[in-house]
Design a binder for this molecule. Structure first.
Ligand code: ACO
Length: 321
């Protein structure tokens, strides 16, 4: 028994901030952002729009594509770093918006690797027979945890949501999932304060993303290389067996380095980072939905999703679409 993706969806908030808009906010240039990251624009949620709102639109699209209704869904997992509230979970708030009642609903927090973690968990629910129709969402309003005066971080991130519906199938679907973490690196990429730890708040009393970008970059490139090797070895596959790479969309240079490691031509790598920046847990399902809807990824093709993020966390999902 396999878990198979039977529908995908995405949603980006209406408001767009281009690199030229960012030039007006901080000391940066379109050229710097584009050359160092590949990002041209990012979407920002409206003031009254929350992570569960973004998740709702993406989930509706995925459910429609899968041809499933609210009474079919029996598991909801939301990967997010920016939940609406401390509690209830964003998954419960999404469940309410979707008029779904009774099924398990919970959040996963693995920062940019969140969607890969969520897929790994949903796969286990499906394989064990506990779920027959799982909704897996990655959704973020990172704009709410950005220091808009820090050019080193505010130009990198954006808001958005992506979703998939998984069902059991005898045809090959998810072949393997691989998830890892090493908390020893928590200092390199984090939000310095939160609910319980109030020791490192910014002057305005809030807490924002802070990152030692250069060190994170090096770790990301090395770690993504090794997760590719681990995934291929677990499936006794060669690099040439992979048809499509759908990487976490943080930085085009990291994506190119991983593609090179896989010997994957860039026209078989789905990149959307230029259009929405780093949307953390939302970036992989956003990119995947684009390549499904424009017909690039076809049924039966082999796809690798991979991600690296705060924690550090990292992981991969290999599947036949
Ligand atoms: N505009 C202009 N100059 C800038 C900007 C900006 N927006 N930001 C930084 N600079 C400057 C720096 O101050 C520095 O100046 P200096 O040399 O005078 O000190 C110079 O540019 C170079 O800075 P670096 O940090 O060395 O630049 P780098 O080439 O490493 O690019 C970047 C920075 C884009 C952040 C890169 O390191 C990166 O992408 N890192 C990884 C990000 C990532 O993948 N994170 C993981 C996932 S995110 C998550 O989990 C939430």
């Amino acid at each position: 028994m396999y878990s198979k993706i039977v529908g995908t969806g995405r949603y980006l908030p209406e408001k767009v901030l281009t690199n030229f808009d960012m030039e007006k906010l901080v000391d940066t240039t379109d050229q710097w952002i584009e050359e160092r990251t590949g990002i041209r624009q990012r979407h920002v949620a409206a003031e009254n729009e929350t992570t569960s709102d973004l998740a709702f639109h993406a989930a509706k699209n995925a459910m429609e594509a899968a041809g499933v209704s609210n009474t079919d869904v029996d598991l909801i997992i939301v990967a997010t770093t920016t939940p609406d509230r401390v509690f209830p979970s964003t998954a419960c708030l999404l469940q309410d918006k979707l008029d779904i009642h009774g099924c398990p609903a919970f959040d996963i927090q693995a920062v940019c690797t969140g969607f890969v973690y969520a897929m790994s968990i949903a796969d286990k629910f499906i394989k064990s027979g506990e779920s027959k129709c799982a909704l897996v969402v990655g959704a973020e309003t990172l704009s709410r945890i950005l220091d808009w005066n820090d050019r080193g971080t505010c130009v990198l991130f954006g808001d958005g949501a992506g979703a998939v519906v998984l069902k059991p199938s005898e045809e090959p679907g998810i072949l393997s999932t691989h998830i890892h973490a090493d908390g020893a690196y928590n200092d390199l990429l984090n939000v310095s304060a939160g609910v319980s730890d109030r020791t490192q708040l910014f002057n305005d009393g809030a807490a924002y993303i802070q990152m030692k970008g250069n060190e994170v970059f090096k770790m990301a490139v090395n770690t993504l290389g090794s997760i590719v090797d681990e995934t291929l070895a677990a499936n006794k596959m060669q690099k040439s067996d992979i048809d499509w790479l759908v990487p976490h969309q943080a930085n085009i240079r990291i994506i190119k380095a991983t593609a090179k490691k896989l010997k994957m031509p860039m026209d078989h790598v789905v990149t959307t980072v230029d259009k929405h920046g780093n949307t953390s847990a939302a970036s992989i399902p956003l990119a995947f939905d684009v390549a499904i809807r424009d017909g690039r990824i076809k049924p039966g093709e082999t796809v690798m999703m991979e991600a690296f993020g705060g924690g550090f966390t990292w992981g991969a999902v290999l599947f036949q679409y």
